[in-house]
Design a binder for this molecule. Sequence first.
Ligand code: R5P
Length: 302
Amino acid sequence: MTLSLHPFRDDAPEALRLANALKVQLALIDVHRFPDGEITPRVSATRPTAIVYRSLHAPNGKLIELLLSADALRRNGATRLVLIAPYLPYMRQDAVFRQGEPISQRVIAQLLGAAFDRIITVDPHLHRTPSLAELFPTCKTTRLFGADALISHLRASPLPVNTLVVGPDVESGPLVRRIAEKLGFEHATLTKQRQGDARVEISMPDMPPTEGRPVLVVDDICSTGGTLCAAVSRLKALHAGPITVFVTHLLGGAPVVGQLRQAGAASVISTDACAGATGIVHLAGLLAGALEGSETLTADQA
Ligand code: R5P
């Protein structure tokens, strides 16, 4: 079996890094927009296994493009469709928080699960949902850890040995522990109370000493920046040393990086899961590793 790799145009730089890691060529999906606003994607030649690369931040239009492309690829000869979605959207809406709301996580999972045979993603926000397998019962799933890409990055550009790894809320706990344990750092998790879309309150029970100490603040998602800015400000108030922020999915892009620096972060690093983010921690190696050994990589050299 051979495979082909199909990104959309705006994901091409990140997909190219993956293509180079896999030694396959890109087969771009073009999207034609009709005057009335409807679209039709056009896919090029596919191999039996078609891998679609799509990072789904700002997801609403992209989801339609993706579902139509999956249909086009099957009609064009693909018998197995793998979705690489470094960022999987709508995972935070995993409950009815206020009467009258949907459980968006389930709706989106049903759509993607029906269209693809396998889904590979990085740090999906599965707070109340135990696993991707429960969310996608009919397709194979692979959950990768942004922490692993960060760890490789930090092995090349190390932080001081007394760095304290801090997560802003209980949900960041697994990410914090994975980084701290693998790099041998002390760690702490803060407590967050959300007051609104962009407003949070952070408290710091049982904090180890921070004065003058380098801190690495980590989270899976940074959207408005409210969570990480509050955490950085609190740490600054405790006279922490240089604060590095790492986030897997920097949804808020450059404006949020500015806010974090204003709050006191010395540097902000993110993966390339979302185009327009700082993108200095590349996921290509991690994604290629997930495919190697599980998909037959007799590459599409055509
Ligand atoms: C929520 O639990 C997530 O892990 C993030 O902390 C949250 O989505 C960040 O959102 P914002 O940047 O808007 O505070």
